[in-house]
Design a binder for this molecule. Sequence first.
Ligand SMILES: [Zn+2]
Length: 276
Amino acid sequence: MRGRTFCALLLCLALAIGGCGGVENTASTGAAPDVSETSVPLSSALPTSEPSEPAEETEDTGIGGADGEDVDPVEEDTAPVDVPADDEDVPAETPSEDFETDVEGAIDAATAYWDYYFPTIGFTFEEPPISPYGPGDPAYCDGTEMALNNAFHCPSEEAIFYDENWMSEQYDAIGDAFVYMVIAHEVGHNVQYQLDLPYPSSIAYELQADCLAGAVLGNPDFVLIEEGDLEELMEGLAAVADAPGTPWYASDAHGTADQRSTAFFSGVEDASTCLS
Ligand SMILES: [Zn+2]
């Protein structure tokens, strides 16, 4: 998955060194993108299940799966061979360059999309600050230190925070689409706040953010979908879905995997459905 703006920069570099994973970028020329081989049309993968209609109001509790129980652990290489002892000095949790690049791409894509979309409905999008946090650099919302292994939007600060180590682990375990989904979801919460969108319950609030994320990631003018991204998105939505049996009225309920994917793909189809 690539942000269009970022990919224009990446492609120049990639072409110089002989390849860009098959991605064809045409943003700089204004021509239609060549998506015949490397792009998966998200709109072709619409699920058919319908979300339930809960009716209780609660606060945002992050992207979901915050306790890590529902998220696949990062596979570890348990058989290091020929690694000099000196290499052990390298911090194991330093995010990779690609991870940081994809975080920037995800932020650029989501904010650029809403910069474009807001004027079409008579508003101006105010880009929220989006910051990493971690064990040595905690994030706060309303004076409360936020839990690790999560990403969240803080309404009172109109700001978004993500646990950098957690997101990097999921990036390694699931793929870059997970990062794009999480960022687009949290920016979706900011969109809800800026537009003062009504919602009847915690689940409805979360599913609306999933829908808004789908609007961003499903727009080929802003995001290029690469081979494997759809599977990563579905795995990512499942990873942050509620565990089976979670009551819809639970204060931290986000929705089942089916509910979340249905909401996401309704946004892929038509962003305006998210706002109603
Ligand atoms: Zn959320």
